[in-house]
Ligand binder design. Sequence first.
Ligand SMILES: Cc1cc2nc3c(=O)[nH]c(=O)nc-3n(C[C@H](O)[C@H](O)[C@H](O)COP(=O)(O)O)c2cc1C
Length: 466
Amino acid sequence: MSKTKKPAKPARNLRDFLDAVAEWDPGSILRVKEPIALDYDMTAMAMELERRGQSPVLWFEKVGNSPFPVVANVFGNRKRYAFALGVEEAELFDAWGRVGDKLYTPELVKKGPILDNVLTGADVDLNRLPIPRHFAEDGGPYITNGIVVAKDPDTGVRNASFHRMQLKGPNILGTSLHSRRHLWTYARRAQELGQNLPVAVLIGCHPLLSFGSGLWKGPISTDEYEVAGGFFGEPLKIAMGPMGKVEIPIECEIALEGTIIVGERFPEGPFAEFTGYASERSTEHALKIDSILYRNNAIFQDIVPGISDEHTMLLAIPQEARLLGTLRQHNPNVTAVAYPKSGTCRLHVYVSVRDPAPGQVRNIGAVTLGDDLSVKLVVIVDDDVDVTSDFDVMWAMATRMQADTDMDVLRNAMGAVLDPSNNQGTTAKLIIDATRKTKPFPARHTLPEDAVARVQAMIAKYKPSP
Ligand SMILES: Cc1cc2nc3c(=O)[nH]c(=O)nc-3n(C[C@H](O)[C@H](O)[C@H](O)COP(=O)(O)O)c2cc1C
């Protein structure tokens, strides 16, 4: 199924979205009916399918002793991002920018499905939830699909971001704010005021809510529930839970209310990170949980962590959409960007540009490094090179660049804390100009299109083995 189309019904929650996906492309949801172990096996299944080039949503109906089914790998395939936005895959980045620029004030309501079941006091036991262990080296079970929502202690503006959360006790989670972005800033501001930071944790939302809140990277002054409204094209409906501090979108499957204890450190990790390593690096924040809310027949959503397609695609797609927009503001001839998986979808970027003006390639490289602190390598290529292909980019480097004149190194810059090769948070940054420098430049060899079509028909008849 290659065509995407608008979901037939207005899906505003995870379950309706999954129904719409099942209707659109039935093969892209794998319902596992037989019992599966809580620890490791769900991740093992996702990784095994990934190895075989398959990326269905995995819907585990019976997980360990849990009454909650678990859904994983919702974000493991680019075509589902486009489907959620109701566009073709080729239009994904433009659509992302378009809806991300719109804001809708959320609507506060008194009732909603998330209030179906509310556990407080002695009933709060996180062990009720199917929180799995994912990889052998992990320090414990982890919530990998938790969107942490908090309010700026100074302004009240809401921020939402994904954070790994380790199960440490019936009402304690350990987390890390290593991205050093807005939640980290909020925690610091709360500490300066001598306060802790109230949060809501959302588990299992419509993908547009995840895109517009958890993955959206804009100014700290923008309320991310308002951005999520932009992604939906209407105000997000929110309600207060029993703690009454941070509003919760009423269509979420599961939500937790709690507090980040800002002044204390709580051992957390190791955790299988997007780098492909069991990461020991953590800001060691503790989250004390005061209430658990879930709708009737709630689905627990998991994100396959580590260097899985799901985890790395969640990092790549929002960054690609954002970087393309930023670069095009001053360089309209930038044709494409890609965060390749070989660079963990975070540390390396490929950018293609049409007929760059003298010096423009360096400017593009500098803007890319400035836009995203995690990036260590930017390779800029001509627009005939496919930035989604490592082979094509390496081929351009092999045939269009010279190491003495086409590389620039910036030393001792701020980098990704999770990069195991960094030096106390600093890394070197490399810009490689792999565009053609001389004119005329040899033409790439090609085949006539009609010859390709003729042999494709022949090959289909002979069906050679792979
Ligand atoms: C699945 C997933 C897990 C993540 N886990 C963490 C984490 O544990 N700690 C962290 O600081 N950032 C984590 N991130 C990155 C932040 O969520 C991301 O940078 C976010 O956009 C920051 O939001 P903000 O710009 O609103 O601050 C994770 C991202 C994803 C997609």
